[in-house]
Design a protein. Structure first.
Length: 166
């Protein structure tokens, strides 16, 4: 914390100095347990999103999009919740150092972009789902949004891993 603390936003310094930050750093098993839950939550989110997006992109076209969505969306939400809560806990351990890395903000930007993209899909593409739900080929707009989704979430995965090394 010494290297960046004088330039760090107050919120990052506060988070790192908080009881949560200290507990995460001092507990023998808490950090690795939280990291495992973070990986599992993100994996649940990523697999759910990728399976859905691959269907929209034309794979497994024997499955109806709405049926697949009803099956995968709850898992995606649970995974997102797990990843967000545990990610905040992991950030608390070294909030200043992590928060001062550009790759962290790239990751956060990609998470926001993926969320906005999901809203676009729900408002723009699902509005006319009855027209293409069981078609082999989804409309180009839906495919474009699915491609952006895959790219954004894979970018989150890559940038998240880079945080540990940059």
């Amino acid at each position: 914390m010494e290297g960046h603390a004088e330039h760090a936003p107050v919120a990052l310094v506060w988070l790192e100095d908080s009881g949560l930050g200290r507990l995460m750093r001092e507990s023998l098993w808490l950090y690795p347990s939280v990291e495992i839950l973070h990986i599992l939550g993100f994996a649940m989110l990523l697999v759910s999103v990728l399976l859905f997006d691959l269907r929209v992109l034309g794979r497994h076209d024997h499955l109806a999009v709405d049926d697949l969505g009803r099956f995968l969306l709850p898992a995606a939400w649970i995974g997102m919740g797990m990843a967000a809560i545990t990610g905040f806990m992991l950030l608390a351990t070294q909030a200043v150092d992590i928060g001062m890395q550009p790759v962290f903000w790239i990751k956060m930007g990609l998470v926001v972009a993926a969320g906005i993209n999901a809203l676009v899909f729900h408002r723009w593409c699902l509005r006319h789902l009855y027209r293409w739900n069981r078609l082999t080929r989804a409309p180009w707009r839906a495919r474009l949004v699915a491609l952006v989704s895959v790219s954004a979430w894979l970018g989150v995965l890559v940038s998240g891993r880079l945080i540990a090394y940059l």
